[in-house]
Design a protein around this ligand. Structure first.
Ligand code: 13P
Ligand code: SF4
Length: 329
């Protein structure tokens, strides 16, 4: 194990060849059983990774599963902040991420030192942070939220209490609009995937497909949200496409979710909203896409890279996450 650590620590993942005659799907299933491990995958993973997951979900659902399962090992097919949350919620389990480079541009836009200064400058504010942050930021928070429960979290705070919301400016502005609050200080961070949708491209697609509904994640910029027929978290968008009678949707969120949308509604048409300066194509999260079947296999085999969080950070960060989970029961 130490040899693996030493050899691959700089790369952040195990770059060992896998024999070409190995059936990765079968071998992953065998290792999972042998080691009592489970794979949690986010909807933005590659299709083949989504298809082998024990649990597939959005950020909220995955946190809930991370807390309540009997596995000894959790392999997180997602990004680093999600694996950290799993470790915070299940500190006695081994949490593995197949590639340590799977970060998040949104989490990176909120560095702990600068955020601590900001929080200390506004001591009367309730600190609400989106789960797309590092464990250190969660440790500075009063309550976390995901895009699924963000409106409920904001509405749970007395109207006269000022709020700091971090790190996503688009979600923060959206929450301010739907809650009607004016007392929110919003951190200036953003996700490189959701900010990049082309308003012109979406409008052009809508012109070509007047029967399609535009649906968008609240991390998208305001103009995209304003022309959307429905705004919601990844899970809410998926549910909307199964329950709404429309047969066609233009989807403004990470491309990975279209796999489940198509699986759940095989006869409907899903068109990805195009990236900046384009009228076709899709937006993918480069961090999410670092996870592959081969890396999952090697991670299970060698039980590395492991995600650990300092005990004092866990003690502080678990409180705001637990408050959110209690509110989302
Ligand atoms: P949700 O899973 O809460 O929709 O979050 C979207 C996202 O960007 C995850 O990284
Ligand atoms: Fe982070 Fe955006 Fe990727 Fe989600 S889609 S992991 S918010 S960079």
């Amino acid at each position: 194990m130490n040899d693996i650590n030493n050899r691959f620590v700089d790369k952040g993942f195990i770059d060992l060849p896998v024999a070409s005659d190995i059936d990765l799907v079968k071998e992953i299933a065998r290792l999972k059983k042998e080691k009592n491990a489970i794979i949690l995958a986010h909807y933005y993973q590659e299709n083949e990774v989504q298809d082998i997951a024990d649990f597939l979900g959005d950020s909220l659902a995955l946190s809930q599963v991370a807390q309540k399962n009997d596995a000894d090992i959790i392999v997180f097919a997602g990004v680093h902040f999600m694996a950290e949350s799993a470790k915070i919620l299940s500190p006695h389990k081994k949490v593995l991420i197949p590639d340590l480079n799977a970060g998040c541009s949104l989490a990176n836009s909120c560095p702990p030192d600068a955020f601590k200064e900001f929080v200390e400058a506004h001591p009367d504010h309730v600190v609400v942070t989106y789960v797309n942050t590092s464990a250190a930021i969660k440790a500075l928070s009063d309550i976390t939220c995901t895009s699924t429960n963000a409106v409920d979290v904001i509405n749970s705070i007395p109207a006269d209490k000022p709020i700091i919301f971090a790190p996503d400016r688009n979600l923060g502005n959206y929450l301010q609009r739907v809650s009607g609050r004016s007392n929110m200080l919003i951190w200036d961070g953003a996700c490189h995937v959701h900010e990049e949708f082309s308003l012109e491209g979406i409008l052009a697609l809508k012109k070509e497909n007047p029967d399609a509904l535009v649906i968008a994640h609240p991390e998208c910029k305001k103009p995209v949200l304003l022309i959307s027929d429905f705004v919601g978290s990844t899970a809410a968008l998926l549910k909307f496409t199964t329950t709404n009678e429309s047969q066609k949707f233009i989807v403004a969120t990470e491309f990975g979710i279209l796999h489940q949308m198509q699986k759940e509604s095989p006869n409907k048409t899903f068109i990805p909203a195009p990236p900046k300066d384009s009228t076709c194509g899709c937006n993918e999260c480069s961090f999410m896409r670092l996870i592959t079947l081969k890396k999952i296999y090697n991670t299970l085999l060698y039980e590395w890279p492991e995600v650990n969080v300092d005990a004092d950070i866990i003690a502080k960060a678990v409180k705001p996450i637990q408050r959110m989970l209690d509110l989302s029961k």
